[in-house]
Design a protein around this ligand. Sequence first.
Ligand code: DGJ
Length: 728
Amino acid sequence: MAVSYDKERKIFHLRGKDTSYAMKLVKDGYLAHLYWGRGLRQVSQGRDLVWKDRGFAPNPYIEDRTFSLDTLPQEYPQTGNGDFRACAYGIREENGSRISNLLYEDHEILEGKPELPGLPASFGSPEQVTTLKIHMADSILGLHVFLLYSVFEEENVITRSVRFENRSGRPLTLTKMLSMSLDLREDEFDVLTLYGAHNNERNMDRRPLTSGSVRVESIRGTSSPQQAPFMALLRKGATEDTGEVFAANFVYSGNFLAEAQVDPFRNVRFQMGMNPWNGEWLLEPGESFQTPEVVMVYSADGLNGMSQTFHRFYQNHLVPQAFAGKRRPILINSWEGSFFDLKEEKLLELADRAAEAGIELFVLDDGWFGHRDGDDSSLGDWVEDRRKLPGGLERLSQEIHKRGLEFGLWVEPEMISEDSELYRAHPDYALHVEGRPYTYGRGQLVLDLTRKEVRDYVVESISQVLSRIQVEYVKWDMNRHLTEAGSGSLPWNRQGEVFHRYVLGLYDIAARLTGRFPDILFESCSSGGGRFDPGMLYYMPQTWCSDNTDAVCRMRIQYATSLTYPPVTMGAHVSGIPNQQTGRVTPLATRGYVAMSADFGYELDLCKCGAEELSQIREQVAFYKEIRDTVQFGRFYRVNSPFEGNVCQWNFVSQDGREAVAFHFEILSQPAAPVRLLKLKGLDPDGVYRDQESGILYGGDELMYCGISVPLKKQDFRGECFRFMRIK
Ligand code: DGJ
């Protein structure tokens, strides 16, 4: 049984295949956190709560000075009555009071997992997932809180979310509503987070937890490239392959908060959820509020164990299942080769070269609509520019298909340009605060997706395009963050809801468009990988990793992205040199191998490539087709980190274990260079594998524990690929 309740000891035990999570009811029904870690057969007196009268720790019961919420390891801490650490939720009553206290009422254990209305969330059959719903209440407020824990037993994953219900006769404002909070009674951890910027997404930042808080967040309206909605606590000394990791990833694309707080008694409060900054929600009597969910992963096998779990889980229980196992086409994208300078004739020449190279999908990026000759106009006017496409999208798509390619189209549905027909007709469609000037981002404004008529316009105008042409792929871009986040359609006391209502609006249009066009492969994008989060992956099975296509930078970006997301969710392209973001000149082979480690494509003007380059591209495309199933649907292992030195290595193992593909990158050529070893991971030690290039036979144990020597080469930005087939 994945969830059990010991009535006598009042202990809840959530049991995954190899993990356990336990909570206990104490006193009048306070919910205490007991344990999260390796699987236990049962939880009885282990890690029992120890009571002590601590100075300055307030007591709810005058007769018991050893009991204080400030020292209790809590599961969903309240505020204003004695716990001075970070609370999990906050409220404001009509009388201005912000105090709340939650006590246990009852609980339910359900087979399966309820949907979270309007929100992306993981899913599973009743055989795969069990949900514990703990009902807590503040009887003075009339606030009822349902803590939802879904246990995916086989996957070793727990998801958490919270539903608030106002059962009082008065309005109540939620001022904070996190999805996850737990108090680990240990503090020997490092914290791992992912920070970055446009063109420099997801850098790994590992630092010791000492005292006070480590907190990362976004208040930009999207999950953001600046910080990813991810935090992991790593047991001191934990490595890529060993040691304990406690990780959380938020299934949400808006403002978030992740925090690890060390209290004076060396407990760690680990929290994640929506950011309370400008994020209130008014609950009228009878109304409820559902938070997005957090995916929690415990690994006893270091970061690798954590990633294997996230990868499997997102592929099987989060992304649209029609695409989970569907091969992703090799594409050519028009952006870096042409930018806004699009011409039908030129595009068809590009398509000719792409078809000759064996490329499968032609993507028309930004610049095809309105009169968009630069980034300062036309967003919202989803009608093709006949100056550029005299035969319209219809003819372009037909011609592309005649050449044996699929057709894909770029859109930026959430935006509006001041210079657009849409803005001239509906200036109020932009997010704004009456009387305040706009703040621009990339010269554009954000649509007020809190409004139904705006969402309907987006869905209808884009549907009209997608339904009148043959199109197999859509790139959904989003190129600025939210400012003046106000909506004319909401009263003053609901303006604090705009950020979340925007995200709900985004999910609504994403659900309607992907639902209307279930055969189209959607790729999300936000100036590169600025909104790479599980919320978007629920609607769109892949995300453009970064606008930075420089092979060296991409090693790091893809390496760190793989901490939580499998390579099949990452778009990666070969672009021209010198690289447009870094000016670096790297070999085509290396650019190819980095991009081949994910959903492969090109983003350069093939018409400007020489015969030799084109022939190399043809070979790359053919090679990727051979290894594609292993890359897209196999297991991925990080071997050597580009964050730690001059070498980056990783390898893939096919689902059936028959093929292994390993990549070795060396960034700078060095004098007196050491001979590098490549030790593969994830093979069967008893298997026998043939190196496809040399024909040499290796034992799986030999490849993994002894490794192969990588021949020396005098070359900067070097990339090598080794392919092995299992023969026994
Ligand atoms: C930002 C994206 O990340 C790029 O790939 C490209 O689509 C541009 N926007 C187009 O404006």
